[in-house]
Design a protein around this ligand. Structure first.
Ligand code: 5AD
Ligand code: SF4
Length: 453
């Protein structure tokens, strides 16, 4: 690399863990193309906005951020290039450059492997490049061979992309495309590298991760499911904990239930969104399961792992949601008793079937319902946390806390746990007696450091 070797890139990431993972991979491939990483947009020659389309007014927020970047470019007098990637790039495509001509490059999630080449074309003066095709080749074929060194004890690893479920409110099937799984051998190779770099916990990512069916390794026939993949990951030395997210109720299979019983490294925590507790609304959402079927899954999980912590997503105010439908959502929350959950007011996403439906729920009704759902979920979260007081939990210490001498780690149930401990314990697993709990975190004291692996 000649001139480009001095260039700096700043990537701003919005949205889910999948985007965090993609941003890291983009940074790596741009590093290889001669870019170093800038710590802020002010210092960068290339700004990448890696966008998310799931939240309300996502596109509008991207346009205002592009406006800020354009101002920055004008004020600095430097030739800063602006790229928009991620799901808004995919959904809006060329519209982005029509509305925001300051954007030099628009790249959808299926085309990240072409990023260095596209940036090079921008560098050479080409303008208005849009690459949002769904290529016929697998995007997993193009992952960088080597990841740069992992920075913490916990890492994400994408094993599956896309979604074929077409929930009527959701843009993901349109922005991330059809379900695709990464071959087993490629996942295992990356996990081994991560373990070699000191990673103790891996969270497997996928929009529909439990639909995983990756090509078998070593020329074996057929595919492996998620439980099979988790079993093989469990054999990797140094890895202590496995998690996966996000799952769909329809794709819970017998092997996966059994994994929670048989795989000692699989943590007793499952993010399993139900969205609503009302059957008519679930049908209108095209969720392809009923409330009773969801409850049966939870019951089965708890019969296998009684301490299973369940997390979920809820949408209130979906078009046509009556008071009775909403009461059914509160009911299912009470029946499941969540350890943690996310809840949202429905908002239409252009191009999705639900956006064209009439009978939208008035905004003030949505607000009231959201408040009621969040109140109940917060109560459950606090109760779950308080239930841990007095127990001894195994904690992976991941980062420094705000207070001097404080470290923060995670429990098996994904809770943040604060302890006083020396810095050198970072990255270690320790046994912690839980002394107190709030809605968002626990406090405890280390009673024994576990054997280093
Ligand atoms: N309105 C509100 N919430 C939504 N989600 C997805 N699409 C919408 C929408 N149109 C929520 C769902 C999903 C989570 C990631 O975001 O609950 O599980
Ligand atoms: Fe969206 Fe439904 Fe697919 Fe989840 S399962 S990504 S909510 S379409």
């Amino acid at each position: 690399m000649t001139e480009t070797s001095q260039k700096r890139v700043f990537i701003r990431t919005y949205g889910c863990q999948m985007n965090v993972y993609d941003s890291e991979r983009m940074a790596e491939s741009l590093n290889k193309a001669g870019y170093t990483t800038a710590s802020s947009a002010d210092e960068a020659d290339l700004v990448v906005l890696n966008t998310c389309h799931i939240r309300e007014k996502a596109a509008e927020k991207v346009y205002s951020e592009v406006g800020r970047m354009r101002m920055l470019r004008e004020q600095s007098g430097r030739d800063v290039k602006i790229a928009v990637t991620g799901c808004v790039a995919q959904a809006e495509g060329a519209e982005i450059q029509r509305r925001a001509p300051a954007v030099d490059l628009v790249v959808g999630p299926q085309s990240y492997h072409r990023l260095p080449e596209l940036v090079d074309r921008v560098e050479r003066g080409e303008r208005s490049i849009v690459d949002t095709d769904f290529p016929t080749e697998s995007k997993f074929d193009h992952l960088p061979e080597e990841r740069s060194a992992a920075t913490g004890a916990s890492a994400f690893l994408t094993v599956q992309e896309g979604c074929d479920k077409f929930c009527s409110f959701c843009v993901v099937p349109y922005t991330r495309g059809a379900e695709e799984s990464r071959p087993v051998a490629s996942v295992l190779a990356e996990a081994e590298r991560l373990a070699g770099q000191g990673v103790r916990e891996i969270t497997l990512l996928g929009q529909n991760v439990n639909a995983y069916h990756g090509e078998a390794p070593n020329g074996g026939s057929g595919t492996w499911n998620l439980a099979g993949l988790l079993r093989a990951l469990g054999d990797i030395d140094g890895l202590e904990r496995l998690r996966f997210t996000t799952s769909h109720p329809k794709d819970m299979d017998e092997d996966l239930y059994q994994a929670f019983a048989d795989n000692p490294k699989l943590m007793p925590y499952l993010h399993l969104p139900v969205q609503s507790g009302s059957d008519p609304i679930l049908k209108a959402m095209n969720r392809s399961h009923t409330a009773a079927e969801y409850l049966a899954i939870i019951e089965r999980l708890r019969s296998i792992r009684p301490d299973m912590a369940i997390s979920g997503d809820f949408i209130v105010g979906f078009p046509g949601e009556s008071d009775q439908d909403f009461a059914d959502t509160l009911k299912i929350i009470t029946q499941v008793n969540y350890a943690q959950a996310y809840s949202f007011k429905y908002s239409p996403r252009p191009g999705t079937p639900a956006a064209n439906v009439e009978f939208h729920v008035p905004e003030e009704v949505k607000s009231k319902r959201l408040e009621a759902v969040q109140h109940l979920l917060n109560e459950q979260q606090l109760a779950f946390n308080l239930g841990c007081v007095g127990r001894t939990l195994s904690i992976l210490l991941e980062r420094s806390g705000k207070e001097d001498g404080q470290l923060i780690g995670r429990s098996p149930y994904m809770q943040s746990v604060h302890v006083m401990a020396p810095q050198h314990r970072l990255g270690q697993m320790v046994d912690v007696e839980i002394l107190s709990a709030g809605a968002n975190s626990l406090k405890g004291r280390i009673i024994m450091a576990q054997q280093a692996a």
